[in-house]
Unconditional design. Sequence first.
Length: 299
Amino acid sequence: MGRPTLAIRVPATTANLGPGFDCAALALTLYMEVEVEKADAWEVVYEGEEYSGLAGGEENLIVRTMQETARQCGAEAAPCRLTVRSDIPLGKGLGSSATAVAAGIEAADHLYVLGLSVEEKARIGSGIEGHADNVVAAIMGGAVFSRYRDGELETVHIPHPHVGAVILVPDRPLATEESRGLLPDTLRHADAVCGSAANGVMAAAIAVNDWELAGRMMERDVFHEPYRTRLFPDFDQIRCFAREAGAYGTAVSGAGPSVFVLTGAGSENVIAERLAGKFLSYRPIAVRASSTGAAAVTV
Ligand code: HSE
């Protein structure tokens, strides 16, 4: 094998942060790394057991994203061999598919010399994902609040969130489509107004670095958690315990099944240990918010 032409690193992300359904997301210090080299045919090799069942050819999501990105820019997508290493739990609500999409866009941009701006990358990624939360944070890093409709994307990017988190990862994966299938078609107007206010206050609190208030608002979702948490029998106990342990707030991570616990920067390891001793069916991962989004790195 020759030297890789390029290596891309992309963070894991947690979406929604409670009331920011399909809008809010935070990049985390857990990463996927993709080495890319030009080849005669498309090939994707995953290192590690967790990802070994994923498609290794043209059906692969990173490959499809590279091809689609090139197509949208009117460029030719020359085939590549990709080697992927990832610390991001697969199918556990930490944006693993959005990370793959962000990696594909970044790889295509470098390899096919497309000259895409970060906003263009985020718009292409949102189109592929269908909503603009995880993928925008995976591309930009930091915290993001986005509105995406009919190909139009508006994002506010908060580049350096100084905060920690514990992700509680259960054994079983949960498909996003299955979890979205639990949501109702309509919501009472008064409830939607309250949920929208909670997301607005949370976004403003994050922008001014008031994580305590952000954590309180994170626990005021009405858009999805009331319908999804029946899949998490111990969600309320985790929320109470985490608060007593000093966390700012607890939410379902993306579509689940992981649980996201927001902590002060520097408290994440202690709180992770306490949660580990109490909720034995989850694997806790202590992280910080990641300021870096998808980017080429030296290997
Ligand atoms: N906003 C999405 C959801 C995130 O909660 O379904 C997962 O893709």
